[in-house]
Design a protein around this ligand. Sequence first.
Ligand code: QUE
Length: 354
Amino acid sequence: MSEEESGVLLDRNNGLGVVTLNRPKALNALTLEMIETLDPQLAEWAADDSLGAVLIKGAGEKAFCAGGDVRAVWRAGKDGGDLTKLFFWEEYRLNRRIHVFPKPYVAILDGVTMGGGVGLSIHGSHRIATERLMFAMPETAIGLFPDVGGTWFLNRCPGETGLYLALTGARLGAADAAALGLATHVVPSERIAALEEALAAADLSGDARGAVDRIVAEHAVHAGEPTLAPHRAVIDRCFAYDSVEEILAALEAEGGAFAAETLAGLRKKSPTSMKVSLAQLRRGRGLDFDSAMTMEYRLSQACMRPGSDFYEGIRAVLVDKDHAPRWTPATLEEVSDAMVDGFFQPAERELLFD
Ligand code: QUE
């Protein structure tokens, strides 16, 4: 398959490996073919002494990457295809390869960055937000859970902000992403081309990390005021509980526009997804990275079972686009602890690492 067909362009510019996610009409949503092209290239670049760093970006003006190609996974789930198993398997292995990548890995988050796109960036050393960043983990809106390492990185956000992002799917701009440690730097989109040129022109043969740090810092600007800052106390108070029911009750008791908007958003999400996602973050708090990914793979496979909210969520958001999902169960009280527990049972084929 040519690079063009695989949806990923791979380039070498002196000491810099350059990855371009190249499905701009689909907001660069990540396909299995893209994963299978990128993963071996990263393995080769990790071992190549003549390569100092990697840069990854999205084609077009709108997106870094809007997520996984969940429409294809949805179709496979309906048709009994293997993609429901293989997609998450290969995607999480790629997330891990980025997590352990031994060289600077610079992701240019210039536009929509959700779900699978977060997984292609957050595990690298440098996450560069521009003023066009729209960052979210929106999976509770489609009957999934915040995967691609959400167990790891959401549990490392300050206070209860990680759980807030997980349950609500809140959209963040550059200043908020930087304040939560999701982005490491903010660079205006008009300076991105210059940043890439400077990285390609640099001598990365010695201390590549130091050189990339210096060049990125030279292009970065002050992140600006995070819009979530005034709401941090409410978030940390209301999302401190170990049940979704208590979180909703706390938001109701809180009063104010922010709590009301947050509540209204949560009431549209899959009740099962909210309970599973809360359990995911709480159970995942003490896990090492590999164990977290093994757990997420179990959750992904449980979400693929026939009749699960994933099929209705994708139908409502990406297929029919009526944005009126009919969740089953429809209420939180009908989602029992035993049902949540069932999501954490071992997968038919476990995702394990050596
Ligand atoms: C939740 C998600 C995704 C989403 C919307 C959600 C997701 C995803 C896409 C998406 C968006 C535009 C595209 C596309 C996919 O939307 O994972 O192919 O063109 O990939 O509410 O998790």
